[in-house]
Write a protein that binds this ligand. Structure first.
Ligand code: DOR
Ligand code: ZN
Length: 348
């Protein structure tokens, strides 16, 4: 049995850091555990231009604990008015790492997203030619489509046709939640990969709805039935280079979550890695943890893995995580894995 595992420092390939007081309160949890993170651009207003990304990057670096090495990998929010030349220039300068496609209305702060994919085809063509990866929130927003089917329908209506039309475009299907998504990515050639969150590996939809409604487990894409969680666990722990960690840690204040119409998002930054180690232990795949958390992501993005290492150390008793953190914007509840987690993270 493993009691200590040393792995190259992980990266988080999908993260919400927010801004202002929330940014200051949450960034240290990520910069303690991760060397790099893909920073989601869904601020209000969104990060659309390279000038926006440059300013946001400065605010992140100013908020980061001084002692931590941390490199934010910036993304731009794709709108129907996005400037393809600005995107390509930002990518060539190393300022941005990817562009994010939110279908308009799909999730938190996505009102400026894409309504009609035809309108962004010229930009996507420029991105494909320049090698700029596209990160996709893969859900349709058609009100007639059941919320539990929105990912599968997005694959049929949008993603598969886009892959056929522009096979050179590198795509990351973000926070994949279904076996349909896993199969699509597995059979999709080298230009497509997927991130998987820790919470989608740990909960199914019963956690949200059975025995009472639990808003802190509500996120988008919403957790699906058990067979889907099982497919995600198999994919994440398989070692396949097509799957890597993107926590989608998405802090909202309790005041914003605990509403008649509460926000989507699970705040997992403080315990994501410990929970992930628990999942890999349960699946008897701890030997593949480094691939999922530290190697597959950089390989897809064409970056070197981190040189530093961290240790995951198994404790005799379950580890206690804080229930909540205090922020200048209000209290934020930390993800409750709903099962004992025995792993602690040590740096260096
Ligand atoms: O649950 C989610 N929260 N899903 C998203 O896609 C966005 C995120 C957020 O920004 O809160
Ligand atoms: Zn997200």
């Amino acid at each position: 049995m493993y009691t200590r595992i040393n792995i190259k420092t992980p990266d988080d390939w999908h993260l919400h850091l927010r801004d202002a007081e929330m940014l200051k309160a949450v960034i240290g949890y990520t910069s303690f555990h991760f060397a790099r993170a893909i920073i989601m651009p869904n601020l209000v207003p969104p990060v659309v231009t390279t000038a926006d990304a440059s300013a946001y990057r400065e605010r992140i670096m100013a908020a980061k604990p001084k002692a931590d090495f941390f490199k934010p990998l910036m993304t731009l929010y794709l709108t129907e008015e996005s400037d393809g030349d600005d995107i390509v220039a930002g990518f060539r300068d190393g300022l941005i790492t990817a562009v994010k496609l939110y279908p308009a209305g799909a999730t938190t702060n996505s009102a400026s997203g894409v309504r009609d994919i035809e309108k962004v085809m010229p930009v996507l063509e420029k991105m494909a030619a320049a090698g700029v990866p596209l990160c996709v929130h893969g859900e349709v927003t058609d009100p007639e489509v059941d919320i539990f089917d929105r990912e599968a329908v997005f694959i049929d209506r949008v993603l598969a046709p886009l892959r056929n039309r522009l096979p050179e475009l590198r795509i990351v299907m973000e926070h994949v939640t279904t076996e349909d998504g896993v199969s699509f990515v597995e059979s999709g050639g080298t230009g497509i990969a997927a991130t998987i969150t820790v919470h989608h590996l740990m909960i199914n939809r019963n956690a949200i709805l059975a025995g009472g409604i639990r808003p802190h487990y509500y996120c988008l894409p919403v957790a699906k039935r058990e067979k889907h969680r099982s497919a995600l666990r198999t994919a994440a722990t398989s070692g396949s280079e097509k799957f890597f960690l993107g926590t989608d840690s998405a802090p909202h204040t309790d005041a914003a979550k605990l509403q008649p119409c509460g926000c989507a998002g699970c705040f997992t930054a403080p315990n994501a890695l410990a929970c992930l180690a628990q999942v890999f232990e349960q699946e008897q795949k701890l030997g593949n943890l480094e691939k999922f958390a530290s190697l597959n992501g950089p390989a897809f993005y064409g970056l070197p893995p981190n040189e530093s290492t961290i240790s995951l150390v198994r404790q005799p008793e379950p580890v206690k995580f804080p229930d909540k953190i205090q922020t200048g914007a209000g209290e934020v509840t930390v993800f409750d894995p709903g099962m004992p987690v025995y792993w602690n993270i040590e740096k260096g």
